[in-house]
Ligand binder design. Structure first.
Ligand code: B1M
Length: 234
C-alpha cells in the first residue's frame, strides 16, 4: 500500500498536517510498521493532541481499514497480525496517558475474551479506557472458559464482568457463561457487560447480559452508570 522504505524515510513528520499524520498512521498500520507507528504517536502527542483522539482517529480508524481488506480477502492473517502488533505498539505509548487520571478506584472489573476467540485489541482498549476512568481492571486475556471467569471472580470479587467476542462463532459462549453464573446463583452479584463487533443490543438482551457496549467509550459510560446505581446514586 505505501511507498518503499526509502521514500517513507524521507517523510518529515513535523512537516505534516495533523490530518496527513493520521493518514500516514493508517498506511503504516496497514503495513505493520511498528517503529513508524510509535514515532507517529509520539509526534501526535508532541502536538498536544489528546491521547484519546490519537487512539480513535489514528489507530482505531487505521485498524478499520485493515478489517475491511481482511474481510475482502486483500489482506491475510500474517499481515493482519503485523498490523495488530503495530497497533499494540501505539497503544502501549498511549496506555499510561489514558490511565493518568489519578482518580481513586471507582469499581473493579474483570475482563476477558471468550473461549475459542483470540482477538484482544478491542478488549485491551476497553481495559485501558476503564483504567483511565478510575476502575481497577483485571484482564484475564483471551480464550477464557467458564472456569477461567469463575476463578477470576472468586479471586477479585469484581463489580463488573466484561466479556469480549469478535467472532459470530464465539459470541454464543457468552450465554454459556451467563447461564453458569445463574446456575451458581451468583449472577445477581455482578454486572455483566458484553462487547465486540458482531454483537448488538438485542443479542445482549437475549443472553441476559446487563448491557451491550458498542465501543470503549460506551463501556466506560455504562460501567459508571451501573456503579452509580449500585451505590444508590440514581
Ligand atoms: Co480476525 N476476524 N480472525 N483476526 N479480525 C475479524 C473479527 C473479522 C470480522 C474479519 C473480517 O472478516 N472482516 C472476522 C470475523 C467474521 C465473523 O465472525 N463474522 C475475523 C475472522 C474470520 C478471523 C479468523 C477466523 C480468520 C482465520 O483464521 N481464517 C481468525 C480467528 C482466530 C480466533 O479468534 N480463534 C482471526 C484471526 C485474527 C488475527 C489473529 C489475525 C487478528 C487478531 C489479533 C489480536 O487481536 N491480537 C485479527 C484481527 C486483527 C481482526 C480484525 C481485522 C480487527 C479486530 C480489531 O482488533 N479491531 C477484525 C475485523 C474488524 O473487526 N473490523 C477481524 C479493532 C478493535 C479496536 O475493535 O475489537 O471491535 P473491536 O473492539 C471495539 C468494540 O467492539 C468494543 O470496544 C472496542 C473498542 O472500541 N468491544 C468491547 C470489544 N470488546 C469489548 C468488550 C467489552 C466492551 C466493549 O466488555 C465490556
Amino acid at each position: 500500500m505505501s511507498e518503499d522504505m526509502n521514500e517513507e524515510d524521507e517523510i518529515i513528520l513535523e512537516d505534516l498536517s495533523t490530518e496527513e499524520l493520521y493518514e500516514l498512521m493508517h498506511e503504516d498500520l496497514y503495513d505493520g510498521y511498528i517503529d513508524e507507528i510509535a514515532e507517529e504517536v509520539n509526534e501526535a502527542l508532541s502536538r498536544e493532541i489528546a491521547p484519546y483522539e490519537i487512539l480513535t482517529k489514528g489507530l482505531v480508524a487505521g485498524m478499520d481499514i485493515v478489517g475491511i481488506d481482511f474481510r475482502d480477502g486483500i489482506l491475510f492473517v500474517p499481515e493482519v497480525l503485523m498490523a495488530a502488533k503495530a497497533m499494540k505498539a501505539g497503544m502501549a505509548i498511549l496506555r499510561p496517558l489514558l490511565a493518568e487520571t489519578g482518580a481513586p478506584s471507582v469499581g473493579t472489573m474483570v475482563i476477558g475474551t471468550v473461549k475459542g476467540d483470540i482477538h484482544d485489541i478491542g478488549k485491551n482498549l476497553v481495559g485501558m479506557m476503564m483504567e483511565g476512568a478510575g476502575f481497577e481492571v483485571i484482564d484475564i486475556g483471551i480464550n477464557n472458559s467458564v472456569d477461567d471467569y469463575f476463578e477470576a471472580m472468586k479471586q477479585h470479587n469484581p463489580d463488573i464482568l466484561g466479556m469480549s467476542a469478535l467472532l459470530t462463532t464465539t459470541m454464543p459462549y457468552m450465554r454459556v457463561v451467563i447461564q453458569a453464573l445463574k446456575d451458581a446463583n451468583i449472577r445477581q452479584n455482578v454486572t455483566v457487560l458484553v462487547g465486540g463487533a458482531p454483537l448488538n443490543d438485542a443479542f445482549a438482551e437475549d443472553i441476559e447480559a446487563d448491557a451491550y457496549c458498542r465501543d470503549a467509550a460506551v463501556a466506560v459510560e455504562t460501567a459508571k452508570k451501573f456503579m452509580a446505581i449500585k451505590r444508590g446514586e440514581i
